[in-house]
Design a protein around this ligand. Structure first.
Ligand code: GAL
Length: 634
């Protein structure tokens, strides 16, 4: 498969006579794609019903005739002011009941039917005009669903829609009362229109109610996206894409992805390290200018799964961003490394964000490939280098990884609804497992929770999974590889109550959680082997063999053959030891790496990346800081 580079561009930010020069310069920089249009509604429709697409016709023409493929974005993340005047109640409402006002972006509630209709109109107008345009090679729906915490809204529109959603899911209020356990504290309902949203309650709301609301909120995003894909599909045959975010757990990306052709995500490694990741001061300082060595890879693998194999980077950080608490510049070479890492995980295209730094408004301190004065910014040369390199390297065949890791949005909602320990976070737990696999030099495929075929994997992990789905359970029955579950896997019903018999209900494993403890960050339980258990430990009973215990004899791993359940949250050292021990028995070959060195194997190539801020050795080869190395696998 041919890999390509691209860039995000805002023709409406620049005088028209600059467009031709910009397009020529993009082509000279080796870029093949340009994404435009996703925030320009106030120029497409300055006044309600009066469209002005002439300038966009010309912009597309300039970019297309220069040889660029255009990704056209629908502008529904930025409704103009007249829209808010027309539909004042379309604004999302925050948890305190306050509307989230106009003046930035994403100021809409997913449940507002009036706004959804307005979206239908603008998307139809654009699809009719550009659906067959030869330069439009893909469409992007909206922009970063959920960004700025916008999935959930406590508006009247959301409340009505939630009541309908509950009626559809449960049928009768008595079924809902039963499913949620509403006899507790006299929370029973007799009509669906009595059900409110779970905010502003005196103390915690019923976790089943919260989980239902999170499921509903996710479904609203899916429905909103589908409105657009259905219209676009009537007018175009090119690929439909959405640009997802990093560590965004508020909606089910598999569900949105099912209506799209390609998944893409927006990768800001340095911003994420600073504002979106747990980590010691030392870790954050060591990777300050490179980003966490596993965060990008984890998302690449997640979005490869969401896109059913087809995925892009729609926005790649090129220099300092504006939105994190602190915004250092990347080490020289990182804008190249990040792109190569994405390609090594199967990305078809990597687009840098953005072409020229804007001299105005919110993102004026956010770097681009060009400076606001039109001079080259440092990342431009690195993009050009990547463009040359992808021409040289033969096609990379991605293949399957030896290890599968189940990743599931609904599990995150469940544990957020009832954490039971302040720092139990599903993303953090699965990422801890992923990191341990990567420190063993392993490549990983992310598996959706309804995976029904495990046959290509030597090892499968499913930490913290709310429910083992029926298809996964069926696949596990005949699976002869190594499987590691827990902590917390299959310990609740789908409605978030304790099942009878009590969990975990793991195929072929006789173990039950008698009770669960969570612990403050200062506490740790020593293990018999090296390392400790932190945050969380379940007291296990049953006949399964105890294959690992705490120093004071509490079961931590119980096993039956190659099926294992882990009852606690291992620290880094313990996770490394556990994973490597399992690999040894599962016949999974490992290549332990230290510090910032990371390996990604495809079917045809091994890629090695150096995230460390100084030289690192791999197999007798010295990789400089931000170095990338690849070799063909025989
Ligand atoms: C993304 C967003 C872009 C831009 C960028 C800045 O989240 O999609 O529009 O704001 O961040 O880093």
């Amino acid at each position: 498969m041919k890999r390509t580079l691209g860039v995000c561009y805002y023709p409406e930010h620049w005088p028209e006579d600059q467009w031709v020069k910009d397009a020529e310069r993009m082509v000279k920089a080796g870029l093949k794609w340009v994404r435009i249009g996703e925030f320009a509604w106030s120029r497409y429709e300055p006044v309600e019903g009066i469209y002005d697409f002439d300038w966009l016709d010309r912009a597309i023409d300039v970019l297309g005739t220069a040889g660029l493929n255009v990704v056209l974005g629908t502008p529904t993340a930025t409704p103009p002011i007249w829209m808010i005047e027309k539909h004042p109640d379309m604004l999302a409402v925050d948890e305190n009941g306050d509307p989230r006002k106009f003046g930035s972006r994403r100021h809409y509630c997913f449940s507002h039917e009036g706004y959804k209709n307005e979206c239908r109109k603008i998307v139809t107008a654009m699809a009719e005009r550009y659906g067959k345009n030869p330069y439009i090679a893909a469409w992007q729906t909206d922009n970063e669903y959920a960004c700025h915490d916008t999935t959930v809204s406590y508006s009247d529109a959301a409340r009505f829609a939630f009541q309908n959603w509950c009626e559809k899911r449960y049928g009768t209020t008595s079924a809902l009362n039963e499913a949620w356990g509403n006899i507790f504290w006299s929370m029973e309902y007799s009509r669906f229109d009595q059900i409110d949203l779970p905010n502003l309650t005196v103390t915690e709301p019923n976790p089943s109610h919260v989980l239902a609301f999170k499921r509903f909120s996710s479904d609203q995003v899916v429905a909103f996206n589908k409105v657009q894909t259905e219209i676009l599909r009537m007018h175009t045959d090119v690929d439909l894409i959405h640009n997802y975010m990093g560590r965004e757990m508020s909606f089910d990306h598999y569900d949105v992805g099912a209506d799209l052709d390609i998944a893409s995500w927006d990768s800001y490694p340095i911003g994420f390290l600073s504002d979106r990741l747990e980590g010691s001061v030392e870790h954050k300082s060591r990777f300050l200018r490179q980003g966490d060595p596993d965060m990008q890879a984890f998302h690449h693998d997640i979005y490869r799964a969401v896109g059913r194999g087809r995925w892009w980077i729609m926005e790649q950080q090129p220099g300092p961003v504006n939105w994190a608490p602190y915004n250092p510049a990347p080490l020289p070479g990182m804008a190249r490394l990040w792109a190569w890492e994405a390609f090594a995980h199967g990305a078809e295209t990597v687009c840098y964000f953005r072409w020229r730094q804007a001299p105005f408004a919110q993102e004026q301190m956010h770097a681009g490939l060009l400076r606001p004065d039109d001079k080259d910014a440092p990342a431009l040369a690195e993009a050009l280098q990547v463009a040359h390199e992808i021409e040289q390297i033969p096609n990379v065949d991605i293949g399957n990884a030896p290890v599968g890791l189940v990743f599931d949005w609904a599990s995150s909602w469940a544990w957020d609804a009832q954490p039971q320990g302040a720092d139990f976070d599903y993303f953090r737990l699965t990422f801890a497992a992923y990191r341990a696999l990567r420190r063993a030099g392993l490549s990983v495929d992310i598996l959706p929770p309804d995976t029904s075929d495990l046959s290509t994997y030597k090892m499968v992990l499913a930490p913290g999974l709310l429910k083992i789905s029926d298809p996964l359970r069926a696949a596990l029955k005949t699976y002869d590889g190594t499987a590691l579950f827990g902590p917390r896997t299959d310990t609740k019903t789908d409605e978030l109550s304790i099942p009878t018999p009590m969990g975990p209900n793991i195929p072929n494993l006789d173990t039950t959680i008698a009770f669960t403890e969570s612990m403050p960050p200062s506490e740790a339980l020593d293990l018999e082997g090296c390392g400790t258990i932190k945050h969380w430990i379940e007291a296990l009973e049953g006949d399964a063999e105890v294959s690992e215990a705490t120093a004071d004899g509490r079961p931590v791993i119980v096993s039956n053959g190659a099926t294992h359940y882990l009852s606690g949250w291992p620290d880094e050292q313990a996770f490394d030891r556990i994973i490597r021990g399992l690999c040894a028995t599962a016949g999974v070959e490992i290549t332990p790496v230290t510090d910032g060195l990371r390996i990604r194997d495809t079917k045809t190539h091994r890629f090695v990346f150096n995230y460390a801020p100084e030289d690192a050795e791999y197999n007798g080869i010295t990789l400089p800081a931000a170095g990338v190395y690849w070799t063909e696998l025989k």
